[in-house]
Design a binder for this molecule. Sequence first.
Ligand SMILES: Cc1cc2nc3c(=O)[nH]c(=O)nc-3n(C[C@H](O)[C@H](O)[C@H](O)COP(=O)(O)OP(=O)(O)OC[C@H]3O[C@@H](n4cnc5c(N)ncnc54)[C@H](O)[C@@H]3O)c2cc1C
Length: 431
Amino acid sequence: MHRIVVVGGGAGGLELVTRLGNVLGAQSRHPKAHITLVDMNPTHLWKPLLHAVASGSINVGVEQLEYAAQAQWHGFHFEQGTLHALDRAQHCITLKSPIAEKYHTLSYDTLIIAIGSLTHFFNVSGAETYSFALDTAKQAEQLRCHLLAACLQTQQNTSPPPLRITIIGAGATGVELSAELRHTVHTLRNYRLHVLDPKREIQITLIEASSRILPALPERLAAATSSLLHKLSITTKVNAVVTQVEEKAVHLKGGEIIPSDLTVWAAGIKAPPVLATLEGLEVNKQGQIMVNPALQSINDPDIFALGDCASCPRLGYPPDVRVPPRAQAAHQQASFLFKQLKSRLRGKPLTKPFRYRDFGALVSLGHSGAVGNLRDGLTRQGLFIRGWFAKWLYLSLYRLHLAALHGWRRMILDTFGKWLSRSTRPRIKLH
Ligand SMILES: Cc1cc2nc3c(=O)[nH]c(=O)nc-3n(C[C@H](O)[C@H](O)[C@H](O)COP(=O)(O)OP(=O)(O)OC[C@H]3O[C@@H](n4cnc5c(N)ncnc54)[C@H](O)[C@@H]3O)c2cc1C
């Protein structure tokens, strides 16, 4: 049987392997392929939820999915391991085992690489050591526990100084995190876990190197977000380039020093370094695998890549414009590749190119709702939305991911079940 190996069970990889397992794998009436998912972790959490884990508004224990169970339900195999090397001639990859420093190989006929991206610290001195990043659920949990401990510690001082939280990078991740953290410190006080004044004694500062927040999104979206951040007493500093991070301070170009008790780095992403070491696969300057419009490596027709780790040309744009690293792109590429792989197994040529459809951008501001700009196809500016409708659309993105993993019926039941259990659970995780 044809062996398909998908490395990386994230927003794109897990959706792809689930669909492949259902239709071509052990779950189908006439299995046509032996499908294996490899991930370095045993569980999956949709990455755009990480800031909500950091703020405690979702419980990672409730939301994460066990790969082994998903594999059993959907007819594929799961192996926990970290991609270490590639041997194109032998058609196999080397995986590092999670238990001991052991390595083993796994053979493939078709290999799909979907290992996402990592935080880029741009070699800023002290950034990696003294700031929190949001790449994994474990890091998000560490940030949450640190915030809780910092609140308790600050109030125990006889004359508590303010607790200073600094978020570096005012892209969507930084902005959403700042709003969520503001809500968290209010809620922690409502549950009497600290007695600090959430606005006066807990200061949140967002630092951005560009001339405005949300530099990659439309200006009016940024303007609406700015005024909401102002209402939440979140200070924004633009045109501020960070040169150094220390345990209790952030240094800016020009000499300004911002005292900081808790620093989060949300200023950029890069491809995982392992990709640049994979034998014979060309990567771009950011370390992403170069793929053609069929998502096939430009060096090897048996290797495909999707999501944040792939550099895919964007059809209809100049050649240097690539598909952006977003969950909606990973989702669309997974659906596209699913159809491509079915054709490949039937021996048909892969002639259809991937066309990214940008539906717009949504930014969630915790309990203050959300703002968004939807592509309406009629106007250049698109349709501006805000409030609870925008929030509902934002939450729908995650529901779409769940529907891709579990089917619509189970997704609706899951949503309803969680809604019912809200009355017996605190609004945020408290320990
Ligand atoms: C806090 C935050 C908020 C975001 N919000 C949004 C949003 O609102 N909208 C949006 O469109 N996008 C958002 N994004 C971006 C979005 O999460 C990514 O674009 C998307 O997850 C990319 O999907 P992917 O499948 O390429 O990779 P990922 O979802 O990152 O999955 C990669 C998988 O590969 C595994 N892996 C990594 N390295 C290895 C290895 N060496 N060996 C084996 N397995 C490995 C990982 O464990 C992971 O399971 C957000 C990102 C963050 C961090």
